[in-house]
Write a protein that binds this ligand. Structure first.
Ligand SMILES: Cc1cc2nc3c(=O)[nH]c(=O)nc-3n(C[C@H](O)[C@H](O)[C@H](O)COP(=O)(O)O)c2cc1C
Length: 361
């Protein structure tokens, strides 16, 4: 493992101990800030990195129950966890109860702390088959759906939903009630409807209102894209925990910075970002077979991490011209270390502009 410098590691440690352990049913998370599942992103290297940078729990990308049941090699690789991973959930998707139950049982053998059902994916290919957010539509089948999956497991089963199918059917409250009756451990809710996809804003007013009647611990999610926003929400929320997705891509320190007073943002320098990239590269190379995949993943994350810093657009063009990993790393090191010499720099992110507006939840 690439060690962080003693200075960076002590900054991380000092903030990490501020995190308030959070009971979520039978599970106890290090703190109430959870990394959201994101397809093609929340693989082992990224999850491990985010855990080390303060995420209280993490969830894998969505994994097809049919892929698992067919024993598809690529799918089964997605189930592998690192021995150091803690409070990790494997997320599965599908429409068929028996297939989901079988897949959940297989997932359990890989040693996660919980199994999560994707009930928020808005993608047509998934929804037309009845999986993802289509599960929000016909609530009459949900009770037996949950019961049959639950009975295959000795670890907690959780769900991630949206507020409803559309504005006319905001039925998260009803789904939480059904889930509570079937022994679901907690519910994460993305504050948008399926129809909204990623447009508009997450409906936090509705999310916050759900705690009034919920018998289950709830996790609120949507648009918590800066440490300031996370911190503010954390201070006022009625929910038990918060989930952060895209915000962690542009600021890998979001889990840590959210625990600090705004007066000390940014707490991490461009040189710290460079160290994070180095460690991410180490994990990628350890756990990814194809050189090309490492390059593609690495470039993508580097560009996200640079966004908001001075000269990021020019840097982005340079990075996408590199075709050898050694060049990618050299250009990146050069950029972040030069930036560091300018003194303390804040990210200037335009959070109103859409970013990664398309995903599986
Ligand atoms: C690229 C991308 C991939 C996603 N993949 C998943 C997924 O596999 N499973 C899931 O439940 N949600 C998925 N989501 C939704 C996120 O978990 C989260 O609900 C959403 O991005 C809103 O949170 P945010 O504003 O903090 O990003 C994805 C989102 C994005 C942007």
């Amino acid at each position: 493992m690439t060690e962080f410098s003693p200075v960076l590691q002590s900054k991380i440690d000092a903030i990490s101990i501020k995190g308030k352990p959070t009971q979520m049913g039978a599970l106890r998370f290090q703190n109430p800030l959870i990394l959201a599942p994101m397809s093609a992103i929340c693989n082992l290297p990224f999850r491990l990195l985010m855990q080390e940078l303060g995420a209280g729990a993490t969830v894998s990308e969505l994994i097809s129950c049919h892929g698992i049941n067919y024993g598809n090699e690529k799918t089964l690789k997605m189930l592998k966890l690192h021995p150091r991973e803690k409070n990790i959930g494997l997320q599965i998707f599908g429409e068929d109860t028996q297939a989901m139950a079988r897949a959940a049982a297989t997932c359990q053998e890989y040693g996660p702390d919980f199994i999560d059902i994707n009930m928020g994916c808005p993608v047509r290919k998934v929804v037309t088959k009845g999986g993802g957010s289509a599960l929000l539509k016909d609530t009459s089948k949900l009770s037996s759906f949950f019961k049959n999956i639950r009975k295959e497991l000795s670890i907690p089963l959780t769900i991630k939903i949206r507020t409803g199918w559309d504005e006319e059917q905001l039925n998260a409250r009803e789904i939480i009630n059904i889930a509570a009756g079937e022994g679901i451990e907690f519910v994460a809710i993305h504050g948008r409807t399926r129809t909204q996809q990623y447009k508009g804003k997450a409906n936090w007013q509705y999310l916050e209102s759900l705690s009034d009647t919920s018998k289950l611990p709830l996790i609120g999610n949507g648009d918590l894209n800066t440490p300031e926003k996370v911190r503010e929400r954390l201070a006022s929320t009625t929910m038990d925990a918060l989930m952060i997705g895209r915000g962690a891509l542009r600021n890998p320190f979001i889990f840590l910075e959210s625990q600090l007073a705004p007066s000390i943002f940014p707490h991490f320098s461009p040189a710290d970002y460079w160290q994070v990239i180095e460690r991410y590269y180490t994990y990628l190379s350890e756990f990814t077979e194809r050189e090309r995949t490492i390059l593609v993943q690495l470039r993508k994350h580097i560009v996200w991490m640079a966004s908001g810093f001075e000269g990021a657009a020019t840097f982005r063009n340079l990075i996408f011209q590199t075709t050898a990993i050694s060049d990618t790393l050299e250009v990146t090191r050069d950029y972040f270390l030069k930036l560091d010499q300018l003194g303390p720099v804040s990210k200037q992110l335009d959070c109103e502009k859409s970013f990664m507006a398309g995903g599986h939840g």
